[in-house]
Design a protein around this ligand. Structure first.
Ligand SMILES: *[C@@H]1O[C@H](CO)[C@@H](O)[C@H](O)[C@H]1NC(C)=O
Ligand SMILES: *[C@@H]1O[C@H](CO)[C@@H](O)[C@H](O)[C@H]1NC(C)=O
Length: 188
C-alpha cells in the first residue's frame, strides 16, 4: 500500500467519523437501494438487486467482502468487444442540510480501467436482454473500509465504455453500507 494514500485514507476515515449524522438519507437509502442510469439511448435497466456471497438479498450492504449486483437490462447498441469498466465509490456526509454531499473515496482508483468482459459482461456483448452479475471484491481493502463511516450511504458508480465507439453507459447505485466487522472492537 502506498503510504501517502494510506495516510490520506486515515485522515479521511477519522474526519468523516462523527460527521454527517445530521445528513438525511438521500433517495430513501435508509430503506432500500436507489439506482439510476445516466441518460443514453443504448440501455434500458429493468431491475437491480444486491446479494451477499451466499446469494441472499442483502440490505444494508456489507462492504467487507464480496458484493454481488445483479442487473437486468436490455442493450440495443452494436456488439461490444472492447469494453472498459471504471468503478467509483463515494461517501455521503457533511455537517447538515446544504453541506451534505458525496465525496469520492480515492482508494478505489484500484477499480479503474478494468476489463468489463472479465467482470460479468459476456463479450462480445450483444444487443438483447441480459442478466448480469457484477462482483465487486472489497476483501483486500478491509483495513481501509474499516476506517470508513459505518452504516451510512455510499454510492457505487459503474462507468462502462465501448472502447471502439466511445459509447458510455453509466449506472449509479446508492446504498446504506456496513463498513465495520461486528467482531472488531467498537470505534470511539
Ligand atoms: C437521487 O437520485 C437522483 C436520480 O434518481 C439523482 O439525480 C440525485 O443526484 C440523487 N440525490 C443524491 C443526494 O444523491
Ligand atoms: C428482466 O426484465 C424484463 C422486463 O421487465 C422481464 O420481462 C424479465 O422477466 C426480467 N428477467 C428476470 C430474470 O428477472
Amino acid at each position: 500500500m502506498n503510504k501517502i494514500l494510506l495516510v490520506f485514507l486515515l485522515v479521511l476515515g477519522f474526519c468523516s467519523h462523527g460527521l454527517g449524522d445530521s445528513c438525511p438519507w438521500p433517495n430513501g437509502t435508509d430503506k432500500a437501494l436507489h439506482w439510476w442510469l445516466d441518460p443514453n439511448n443504448l440501455v434500458t435497466i429493468h431491475d437491480v438487486q444486491l446479494y451477499d456471497a451466499n446469494g441472499n438479498p442483502e440490505y444494508p450492504v456489507n462492504l467487507l467482502g464480496q458484493l454481488y449486483m445483479t442487473i437486468n437490462l436490455t442493450y440495443t447498441g452494436p456488439a461490444i468487444t472492447n469494453f472498459r469498466l471504471d468503478e467509483d465509490i463515494a461517501e455521503w456526509g457533511g455537517f447538515s442540510g446544504d453541506d451534505c454531499k458525496w465525496s469520492d473515496l480515492p482508494t478505489f482508483g484500484l477499480l479503474s480501467n478494468l476489463d468489463a468482459c472479465a467482470q460479468g459482461f459476456h463479450c462480445p456483448f450483444e444487443p438483447g436482454n441480459h442478466i448480469l452479475q457484477l462482483e465487486t471484491d472489497f476483501t483486500n481493502y478491509d483495513v481501509i473500509i474499516n476506517l470508513l463511516k459505518n452504516d451510512t450511504p455510499y454510492e457505487l458508480t459503474y462507468d462502462l465504455t465501448n472502447k471502439d465507439t466511445g459509447d458510455k453507459i453509466v449506472i449509479h447505485a446508492q446504498a446504506r453500507c456496513i463498513t465495520q466487522n461486528p467482531t472488531s472492537a467498537p470505534k470511539h
